[in-house]
Unconditional design. Structure first.
Length: 102
């Protein structure tokens, strides 16, 4: 390797790739939680169509709690498991009503 090369070690690259992907995931799910808490019309309408008319705010609170748990390094594995359950429930709801969006 030449002295002018600024190669990033693989460990550093993997660490920053993981941080980027985790940050994007947390940002998307935080946005999803906030729009549930604000109760904008498309969210309320979609919840009603799926058979859960008054559940947007509680789901937003649960999702924000999952994001908070995920962002703490010591509890990130638990947060990832909670996300898996949350998103699995969302998928099951869409399958239950035969939603063509999935």
């Amino acid at each position: 390797m030449e002295s002018g090369d600024r190669a990033v070690p693989k460990g550093q690259l993997r660490k920053w790739t993981g941080r980027l992907l985790s940050g994007l995931t947390a940002a998307f799910l935080t946005f999803d939680a906030v729009i549930k808490l604000v109760k904008i019309q498309p969210v309320v309408g979609a919840s009603s169509r799926l058979g859960y008319p008054d559940i947007a705010v509680p789901l937003g609170i649960v999702l924000l709690a999952c994001v908070a748990i995920y962002l703490v390094p010591k509890t990130s594995l638990v947060g990832a498991i909670l996300f898996t359950g949350y998103l699995g429930g969302a998928l099951a709801t869409h399958v239950r009503v035969a939603d063509p969006c999935i």
